[in-house]
Ligand binder design. Structure first.
Ligand SMILES: [Zn+2]
Length: 241
């Protein structure tokens, strides 16, 4: 076979049945960011790849790169299958939304170690039954804020995104990409101090120490992230939880 071999670690974001026995894999990799690959014959009972090419699996992969845009899986070993994540409904939903957010927001074929490490850390937390808050909305939103930061679309949170003033930041504008003074942006919505503080702390703290906030503040924070990504990354994410 002509072509090159690519060796990389990757997380399976999506796995789609293809043809009689194959699967198309959407992967997030350390070597090259977002890549797509085909695994041939994996749905046959005697496939040596077994059931490892499913969403959330963290794998060491050997891929053959030919002329097609799809790489071909030639060897796989499992680094982590996150089995407890798979057996919990809320963790499964949170993991699926995280993979979906990575799929939509990080579409370039560039390595992004902060984004990759963030995804793996979140999947590990969801797999760790000693961390019951892992699947909570606070953690899901913290993941989303940190992912936006890793992708280069973090909202401006320290001063008015229109005029730079640091006082009276009572609004948020997705178009302006951050907090604003009410007078500066007609299209802003009201952002409570609690929601503002939640976003600042969520970005500053480790994922496992996501700050707490009330429902209203969390809804505002989610809207702020969603509208920022819609305006600046042209990406529409599903509800965080
Ligand atoms: Zn302003």
């Amino acid at each position: 076979m002509a072509g090159k071999t690519l060796k990389t670690e990757a997380v399976v974001l999506r796995s789609i049945r293809y043809g009689e026995a194959d699967r198309i894999l959407h992967l997030y990799s350390t070597a090259r960011g977002r890549i797509n690959a085909i695994a041939k014959g994996v749905r046959r009972p005697k496939s040596r790849f077994g059931g490892r090419l499913e969403p959330f699996f963290r794998l060491d992969l050997l891929l053959h790169e030919g002329r097609s845009e799809l790489l071909t899986v030639t060897n796989v070993s499992t680094l982590d299958g996150y089995p407890r994540l798979r057996s919990s409904g809320p963790a499964l939903t949170a993991g699926a939304r995280a993979c979906d957010a990575v799929l939509r927001l990080l579409d370039s074929a560039e390595p992004n170690p902060p984004a990759y490490n963030l995804l793996c850390r979140y999947l590990s937390m969801l797999d760790d039954s000693a961390l019951p808050r892992a699947a909570a909305i606070e953690t899901a939103l913290s993941f989303r804020l940190k992912l936006a930061l890793a992708a280069g679309f973090s909202p401006e949170l320290t001063s008015c995104a229109r005029c730079g003033e640091a006082e009276h930041l009572t609004g948020f504008s997705g178009a302006a990409g951050g907090v604003v003074r009410a007078a500066c942006e007609a299209g802003s919505f009201e952002l409570s101090e609690e929601a503002h503080r939640f976003m600042v702390e969520a970005i500053a703290r480790p994922l496992a120490e996501a700050p707490e906030a009330g429902d209203g503040a969390l809804r505002q924070a989610e809207r702020a992230v969603s509208e920022t990504l819609e305006h600046h990354a042209h990406v529409h994410l599903r509800a965080a939880a």
